[in-house]
Design a protein around this ligand. Sequence first.
Ligand code: NAD
Length: 470
Amino acid sequence: MKKKIAIGISLIFLISPLYGSYNITILGTGYVGLVSGTCFAQMGHHVVCADINKKKIKQLSHGINPIYEPGLSELIKRNVQEKRLHFSSNLPESIEESDIIVIAVNTPSKENGQADLTALESALYLIAKHAHNYKTIVIKSTVPIGTNHQIKSRLDDFNLPESSYGLVSNPEFLREGSASCDCLYPDRVIIGSESQRATEIMKNLYKSLPKETHFVITDRTTAEAIKYASNTFLALKISFINELANLCDATGAHTATVTKAMGLDKRISPQFLKPGPGFGGSCFPKDSLALVHTAKEYNSHMLTVQAALQANNLQKTVPITKLRSLIGNDLSGKKIAILGLAFKANTDDIRYSSAITVIDTLLQEGAMIQAYDPKAIPNMKLLYPQLSYSDNSYDALRDAHAAIILTEWSEFSTLDLAKAGAIMADKIFIDCRNVLNQMDLVANGFRYQTIGNGGTRHIPISYFFCPDPY
Ligand code: NAD
């Protein structure tokens, strides 16, 4: 009789959440944790976004969003008002009261390229200590392929019995700048687990996505590999196009035409074929390094990814090379306007941004920097408090001997070049995102460089659609 009741209760445990919403704790309320937690709330679940950073939680509890991400503040506000989204720095309490614990802590690079899993380890320790009933433990942080074995043995070390949790690898693919949309309308959801119970819970968790998507159900190791494969492949694509753009610059070929034509090939696709000053952000550089490191650990190699990293490091020096080609080698005492500090548009994230490499070189060479970014100045100020920061592009351009565009913020593409030319000391633009109209630059007497000589330059071929002859 007792046994029957026990089976009944565990079945209710298994089934009841399938027809309702889950109580979820997100451990780590950063770019990924805050966005995915808010999106889970939007899907109807009850979410606590928790973090060890008390200042961040306090801000969020007072309605202040600590990151810039389009549409996110509105989504947070709505879900807080509807009482599905909460913030807490009381991690033990949140863990105890949740069915699902999503780990979204940072996994930065160590000096040797290996992923630093210290934050993940503390999160696991806390879960083990406070998991008093069955928990689905979801690893959303990007962790090296094979980490799930370590996680399992750490949970053993912390005396969490295997029967009291289901472990899932559920890597995140959101892109900063369009993160909420990516989270609610993902191209695919990866669920890696050896536990059928946890897999069912995960399928149910994502059941209220507003649009159908592909679900890839696999084991944990494969799920981890999918994340690294995806990110490093994109890094390869960017490094390839950057090197090709440099070659186009050297030979006089038009990169924009080359990439447009390449992208028409369905096997290639036009995505990620825009040349620029090198990739940054918290993912591509760190994940490429970690994959190379993992390969070494297994006596294997990822030479292509290593090459992509090398090419990227070189690419980050291209803006200064181009600057020197127009302004001369001696940069000391020159006023340089930097437009764009974030690693990409529509975010305030500056991690591994090309702006950092450019700023470092300019400072070493004794140049004076006037920097502007619509959203990333507060973050850059923490790193470089000594720079002069401007409130808008024109203030940054005032009296500058040259300007470098490093981020593709849309407001840079609509700069009034006549006004810019009138206030700059010298009319020089290094447009590393190809956002300016080159005919306007010429018309306003600017000397300029782009990357790949592409951008808005007139494309000297015509396109026509070839109907299927059959
Ligand atoms: P982040 O640095 O913005 O946020 C991490 C948060 O975790 C911080 O607020 C930190 O205070 C908190 N934290 C650290 N240790 C903690 C602990 N023990 N308990 C609770 N909170 C803790 O990092 P992020 O950009 O959100 O990235 C998180 C993970 O997601 C990383 O593994 C990253 O590789 C991966 N990822 C990031 C992106 C992205 O675009 N940022 C996209 C996909 C995947």
